[in-house]
Write a protein that binds this ligand. Sequence first.
Ligand SMILES: [Zn+2]
Length: 559
Amino acid sequence: MARMIPGPSDSLAGRALESFRRASPPTRRLIVAPGSSVARRWRGLPRHGLLLLAAVLLALPVADCTRKPPGKLVVIGLDGASWDLLEPWIQAGDLPNLKAFRDGASWGTMMSVVPYLSPTAWTSAVTGVNPGRHGIFDFQRRLPGQAAIVTETAKSRRSPPIWNLLRGSGKSVAIINIPMTDPPDEVDGVMVAGFPHLDKEGFAYPPELEARCKAMGYILDEMEMKIPDGEEESILAGYRSAREKRWELARQLYSEKEYDLFWVVFTGVDRIQHLYWVFDDPKNPKYDPAKAAKFVGTMRKFWMEQDKILGELFAAIRPGTTVLILSDHGFGPVRHELRVGNWLRSAASGFSSEQANDIFSLDPSDAARLYVRTPGRDPGGASSPAEVRATRDRLSAALLAARNPETGEKPVETVYPAEQVFVGKYAEKGPDLTALPSNGYYLGLGDLPNGFKLPNYGPLSSTVSGWHHMEGVFLLRGPKAAPAGKAMKVYNLLDVAPTCLYLLGRPLPEDFDGKIMETVLAPGLLKKVPPVYKGLLNEEDRPLTPEEQKALKNLPYVG
Ligand SMILES: [Zn+2]
């Protein structure tokens, strides 16, 4: 099949690489040894596409590198980016800009947190602490002591994000579309909040920026995610438009001012992977060859377009800038569903209907995060604390023992009790159990409105065909990054905020859960510029107990 994105993007990537090289000769020599295959590839980059390159350069004036000291940081979030998807496309030459960037970057696997949902994951990345301390566990939250479940917002975040740690330090920020940041903070700079949005007002800071977003037709992400029959084209077009507008805004903001921290998240790739995976997956029981003939390769094409945007962004990045690319979780196909609500009410689970009614999830379509009705916390909770605990442990064992009767497959890979994955003052707000499904499985709630009549297993009830997994990506490149190559050490999202703060030359609070990503930094950098630790994230917060300190070290995603 013909490449959708023509050659110019190669040149844009080449321009960006040269820009990095000019910025910091000593480090560049470490990154690309003269005569190396990477260096040869730079020189061999195609010269065509100069017109587009010129247009981009005109639109985005590149700063004079001699005027300002280096040290800026650009963070590019690619929601749901996963090496299992990207690697074959990189090898096939479909993502030339990402490939060229990676060829000069220190890169590897970025483990997500539990649960690996965008609100929880991105909040962990920007705060450097686990959900038990930042307090965001889901898209929804309970109203204390009430049955009501409401949409979660950034107001529930209990640990300061990096842009608040930078306030008053003289470092300016531009923060664009990080999930779970609405309402936005009054930052030293600009901020456009990411979803969920309770309404379409008050999503940007300062207010003039919001007026500007509205005037340019900026599109906010929606919570709803489905692909009704016949709407495949229009939904795809909607995600394309949203991304174009986001990129247009980001491009303008980046070119207008030299921010110390510029952080933009592209979320469209996640949505496309959720909804269009089925067209590339004949193993999915919902695979329709006629439809697949039309929409096969949609994910790849969408990523090729994303790669073109990355190429333009790389070309615009000012000399001396360090660039971190990361995703909040990985991604894979889902084909079968365990309808947890139905299963709980069947003989297979071993629970009575009455007991099953004491188990619930906040999300009506996703039952991977389960709560046992608890007196004092949930209305109607009648069991004693010991009984609640016993129900929880029994549920965990039953989920792990569950088997699809048709195939013998195990739908649940792992179940984490709260105390194993949430550490800190707000741990009790989180789900009692978080289940990680096996490859190809999704944990749905079941047909609650029909009184749970469907079989326990079946194809997905929703139109989703791809879902998250733990293994996301990261790439670090620039004057403060290690020489190019794959990092042996696996990092996790808790390490992002401490690393960014260090790269920005600021002292680190003493109580981040994460650590600086040492092995992907330029050799000797930490010795030359030792990190300074000072103060706490939250002076009014209580310190972690020795047990919590121990639990923190044993978080399953901390290597
Ligand atoms: Zn997602």
